[in-house]
Design a binder for this molecule. Structure first.
Ligand SMILES: [Zn+2]
Length: 473
């Protein structure tokens, strides 16, 4: 347990507070402190100068549910039977904080992260509505039920479908970051006498890309609709000019999110909370802009999808740029450690606190996982083990294990965009990394209830090694 640093007016001892900000789809390379992009994040850059900024932090999955499950519970997506919900048995760090008396609140509008999937575990207050006040619209439900009852070829349904698509393509369907801030600030104003944890999840950088600030490129509504229509299509075809426009929209949204994060920082300073509060900024995953032929996010494990920002500021953390490769699997144990609580056995990550305070390197495996079919996008609540992809990221290499296709190996030092698959050329390193991935798969099956491959794991290791030797991958 860590030291207790102050007391409230009643003489009760207080620990430190924590705010976790996750930005949906925010790529790691958009943050200027990483040195990889033009400066579009002045506030985050400034905050990174007051704390720790990570240049090689990776999410555990390329889409929301798996990634956030891992952030909350420090488990891998393929554990717990690949369940995409937080199950009863899974322990979230929020529950632990809440059990220790922290006031806890969550604010977001991502339709996957709802109470239906138990993402409210441990929260005293949880706003998960896609409508600003968190309430579903009955009127809209009745209309959509009526439309769904019509045959697909019915002209009324077809017109409604086009209008719905146009509406979705030109109206932002989530709660804007400034509204999330407003609600969270109001809640914060009422808990100033007790310890708090707040999770704020912004959707502004998620598609449809519809920025509302002055940095938005001047584009007609019709063009906005057409551009955003590409985001949902498989193998989209768009020219360089359209791609540049889409990236311009995304960058404008990134600037908007940066301003909202700056507003949180200002709120903490203005309310004298900054000296007793940790702030963590990260993302659930990145976003693809045709680097590997796709737009959006979900199925692949390339860096544009798993490289995410990570900034941690708080009491006693000086300016430190950390270039070690780290995984967001470590976030939950780090949060507990920073606030002075012991970690739990179910957490698979390790605390990054020693790295933050004394630059002590923590040996870690940076693994990311995905397991859904490219053809069957609708989720059935569980990942499909027969479709699994598992990446292992080191400073220099990326190995991607693929259950259904050829494995991949990239040298990130000479090929940062992962274009040149070296799996047939670099046998030794491929073998070494594959062994680690297979050990990880073995650990997954023994440390959770899943039994996939448990019985034939040895055979699988032998086969994979044989295949690498004969260059089958
Ligand atoms: Zn997401």
């Amino acid at each position: 347990m860590t030291e207790i640093i102050q007391t409230n007016l009643n003489g009760d001892t207080l620990r430190r507070n924590l705010i976790l900000i996750t930005v949906d789809c925010l790529r790691g390379d958009r943050i200027n402190y990483q040195g990889g992009y033009e400066s579009i994040t002045p506030r985050m850059d400034e905050m990174s100068k007051n704390g720790a900024s990570f240049t090689k932090s990776f999410s555990v999955a390329p889409f929301t549910l798996s990634s956030m499950k891992s952030i909350f519970t420090s488990t891998y997506p393929l554990m717990n039977d690949g369940n995409l919900s937080l199950t009863k048995e899974m322990i979230s760090f929020v529950e632990i904080l809440n059990n220790y008396g922290y006031s806890t609140a969550g604010y977001h509008s991502n339709p996957w992260l709802t109470k239906l999937h138990n993402y409210n575990k441990g929260f005293d207050y949880f706003m998960d509505g896609i409508i600003a006040d968190g309430k579903e619209s009955n009127r809209l439900n009745i209309i959509s039920k009526f439309l769904l009852s019509l045959n697909k070829k019915n002209p009324i349904r077809q017109v409604a479908s086009f209008l719905h698509g146009y509406f979705e393509g030109t109206q932002f369907p989530y709660v804007r970051a400034n509204k999330i801030n407003e609600m969270a600030f109001e809640w914060l104003s009422n808990v100033s006498d007790s310890n708090f944890f707040i999770w704020m999840h912004y959707m502004d950088t998620h598609e449809p890309h519809l920025p509302i600030n002055k940095y938005s490129p001047k584009i007609s509504k019709r063009k906005l609709y057409d551009l955003n229509k590409n985001m949902g299509s498989v193998n989209p075809k768009l020219d360089d000019d359209d791609l540049e426009k889409l990236i311009g929209l995304y960058n404008a949204e990134t600037r908007y999110v940066d301003e909202a994060i700056g507003a949180i920082y200002n709120f903490l300073k203005y309310n004298n909370l900054i000296n007793n509060t940790y702030v963590i900024i990260t993302a659930d995953h990145g976003q693809q802009f045709m680097e590997h032929g796709q737009l959006g996010h979900g199925l692949y494990l390339y860096d544009e999808l798993i490289h995410v920002p990570l900034i941690i500021i708080g009491p006693g953390i000086g300016e430190i740029k950390i270039n070690e490769v780290i995984s967001l699997i470590d976030l939950a144990p780090t949060i507990l450690d920073l606030l002075g609580f012991d970690t739990t056995n179910s957490f698979k990550g390790k605390s990054l606190k020693p790295l933050l305070y004394s630059n002590e390197i923590i040996p870690t495996l940076t693994i990311s996982e995905e397991a859904r079919s490219e053809r069957k996008m609708p989720l059935n609540g569980k990942l499909d083990f027969s479709q699994k992809k598992i990446s292992l990221r080191t400073n220099k290499w990326k190995y991607i294990y693929n259950e259904t296709k050829k494995h991949e190996l990239y040298n990130l030092e000479t090929d940062k965009y992962e274009k040149n698959n070296l799996i047939d050329l670099e046998n030794e390193i491929a073998n070494e990394l594959l062994t680690k991935v297979l050990n990880h798969i073995n650990n997954l099956s023994t440390s959770s209830k899943i039994n996939f491959e448990k019985n034939n794991i040895r055979k699988k290791v032998r086969n994979c090694r044989k295949n690498i030797k004969s260059k089958k991958y």
